[in-house]
Design a protein around this ligand. Structure first.
Ligand code: ZN
Length: 450
């Protein structure tokens, strides 16, 4: 099987799964969820899955699970989601968001990048092998329908179906090319804890002349917040950094080679002050942060209103590095507020996701890198983890698989935005990469068996 054959095949079959895009599977609006899940089960069956089924037992939108038998004993598990973001604002779309539109070498549609295109690409790879002598490895699919609303049931599904999901390695939904058009292999995700703070200092707003004696909720809250973080971004919560895993040499070497363009980063958003760190590369990979997302209190309208606000509230998040735990971090923050004398500041836990990082020395990382170089040349970057998050941790924790993110989009794809798109060539290359990867992983399995 030469690369040429793969390319020819992918070019001839680029539009095979376009029907998938035509479902308006918008989880936030509860649209066409059962229809999309049923369609997927049908597709998996048409591709001769050993098993294709819907799981409903843990609540929420059904998870579509499928299993294919291959020639070697190795098993790859793919994670994808069939739900998409709402297409609004509709006026900004240049084509129907639910009609895949090829224009200028790009495919436009809601979900083509995040995340239906990824699954279409993977189905095309499966289709190739199923019509050319069978799959080189066992393949399983976990396709959920609630990712865009926070994957509320994912932990329960993974725990309840750990046996069915057992696998050697896992490939996560997304990935692709960075700003420099380098193909990325991403080994992990940061975690997050998201929480609200609030304080009430009176039953009603008070005339500001009485600031002579009355406490002020806005001051109270900003002083509480200021006690948690220094101006240079250091979190002043006892024990906050303690659980961060020390970096191994490979990860350290990666960070030292990272080319962070401070000027470009600043210009992208028009930063008015200098960066808060001397080492942004390290901070992006392994730094933990505390961020105020918004604060409200008192009078915020036009003109003058001289009051003392009775209440104040804020929204905040912490991005967490591998090793940290969202619930524990939340607990440490509450304790610190009490220790700092802010017993009246109330905290509310919204969501948490644990971080993880696959060992960058894992043989599956090396295999991905080797295969990627055969498809993309030297423009390949192995990334320890993204600064963002996702619901991958339960798979890592329960299945003990290395998890990698590789995919078909590029830096301009605009997921969640109007005119979401991918480039046809990236789609085809990414699909060839996946075919090569399955092929190479199968050969590894055969070599192991000997
Ligand atoms: Zn996604």
């Amino acid at each position: 099987m030469t690369e040429h054959t793969f390319y020819e095949y992918v070019k001839a079959h680029t539009t095979d799964f376009f029907d998938y895009i035509r479902f308006r599977s918008i989880s936030a609006q509860n649209q066409e969820i059962p229809e999309t899940a049923d369609w997927l089960v049908q597709q998996f069956n048409a591709l001769n899955a050993q098993q294709a089924t819907k799981w409903n037992d843990q609540g929420g939108n059904p998870v579509v699970f499928a299993e294919f038998k291959g020639h070697s004993d190795k098993t790859i598990l793919f994670y994808n989601h069939y739900d998409v973001q709402p297409p609004e604002p509709l006026a900004e779309w240049r084509s129907d968001p639910f009609e895949p539109t090829v224009n200028d070498g790009k495919i436009y549609a809601r979900g083509i990048c995040d995340d239906k295109g990824e699954l279409m690409s993977r189905l095309t790879a499966i289709q190739y092998f199923q019509t050319h002598g069978g799959l080189p490895v066992n393949v399983k699919f976990f396709v959920e329908g609630g990712e865009e609303v926070g994957s509320p049931h994912i932990e329960d599904y993974v725990a309840a179906h750990r046996e069915a999901l057992s696998s050697d390695v896992c490939i996560w939904e997304g990935g692709g090319k960075d700003e420099n058009d380098h193909f990325q292999i991403t080994c992990g995700l940061k975690g997050i804890v998201d929480f609200d703070l609030s304080v009430t200092t009176a039953d009603k707003d008070i005339h500001s002349s009485l600031a002579a004696y009355a406490p002020n909720a806005a001051w109270r809250l900003v002083q509480a917040l200021a006690s948690l973080r220094s101006p240079d971004g250091k979190v002043l919560v006892k024990g906050f950094y303690d659980d961060i895993e020390p970096l191994d040499d490979t990860t350290r070497a990666f960070i030292s080679k990272m080319q962070f363009n401070a000027e470009k980063a600043a210009n992208n958003v028009g930063l008015k002050r200098s960066l808060i760190t001397d080492d942004p590369a390290y901070q992006l990979v392994n730094g933990a942060t505390m961020t105020i997302n918004g604060i409200s209190s008192g009078y915020e309208g036009d003109g003058i209103k001289t009051i003392i606000p009775k209440a104040a509230s804020a929204k905040a998040d912490c991005r967490l590095a591998p090793g940290q735990d969202p619930e524990k971090v939340f607990d440490l923050i509450s304790k610190q507020l009490v220790a700092n004398g802010f017993t009246d500041v109330k905290l509310h836990y919204n969501i948490g996701e644990k971080p993880f990082r696959t060992n960058m020395n894992d043989p599956f990382v090396k295999l991905n890198e080797r295969v990627a170089k055969s498809v993309y040349g030297n423009n390949v970057a192995v990334i320890p983890n993204t600064p963002g998050g996702g619901p991958a941790y339960p798979f890592y924790d329960v299945l003990h698989d290395p998890i990698l993110m590789v995919g078909i989009h590029y830096a301009g794809s605009g997921p969640h935005a109007p005119n979401e798109h991918i480039r046809v060539t990236d789609y085809q290359q990414g699909t060839v990469f996946m075919m090569e990867l399955l092929d190479a992983y199968g050969k590894e399995g055969e070599a192991d068996a000997k």
